[in-house]
Design a protein around this ligand. Structure first.
Ligand SMILES: [Zn+2]
Length: 194
């Protein structure tokens, strides 16, 4: 994720995958990469992103690291740089470290997801929100990620993207999830793909 994990000082750990990252379709862990279909248990690393409206998951996918790299290559260099800068300027990294450090030995990941990375808004107060994390086999990797972004934060991030990148993302969402275009007009619901 935009290189911000390099600034994370706590030692990463692997923990069992919590239910919030389970796949609605299988009522259990995600099994395959959205793009290439590879069996994720045998993938090197993979990303899961789930978008919620209220309590309902409305978009969810898992993608292996090489497909994530391919997808990032489709995004304009300008967009990636803008988002990276936006992260570094707006995420209160130190307060996140201070809050999570005492909890870093627990397997409960809910404190990682309880407030928006940017706005600090509590998960229960978010109409729309998304959660992202990186996984290895049947484990969640606990370091800077996983994190939660409120709909407001997603909206602000999407303003950092070039027209070209936004267009590519809308096509990606349309092709993979078959969502109507009105959905794409609401940036607070767009999966971030970065
Ligand atoms: Zn893949």
């Amino acid at each position: 994720m935009t290189g911000i994990d390099k600034h994370w000082p706590l030692f990463p750990r692997l923990v069992p995958i919590p239910k919030i990252f389970h796949c609605l379709e299988h009522d259990g862990p995600f099994r395959n990469c959205l793009q290439c279909g590879i069996d994720l248990l045998h993938a090197d690393r993979y990303l899961i992103e789930r978008v919620f409206k209220g309590r309902e998951p409305i978009v969810e996918y898992a993608m292996c690291s090489s497909c994530v790299e391919d997808a990032s290559a489709e995004l304009s260099a300008e967009s990636l740089e803008n988002v990276r800068k936006y992260f570094l300027e707006n995420v209160e990294l130190q307060s996140r470290v201070d809050r999570l450090r005492p909890l870093a030995e627990q397997d409960d990941v809910s404190p990682w997801l309880s407030e928006c990375l940017f706005t600090g808004l509590a998960a229960d107060d978010c109409q729309e929100r998304q959660v992202c994390g990186w996984f290895e086999g049947d484990r969640l990797r606990l370091d800077f990620a996983p994190f939660m972004l409120s709909g407001k934060a997603i909206e602000a991030i999407s303003e950092q993207l070039s027209e070209q990148t936004r267009g590519w993302m809308e096509d990606f969402v349309g092709n993979n999830f078959g969502l109507p275009s009105e959905f794409c007009d609401d940036p607070s619901l767009m999966p971030l793909l970065i």
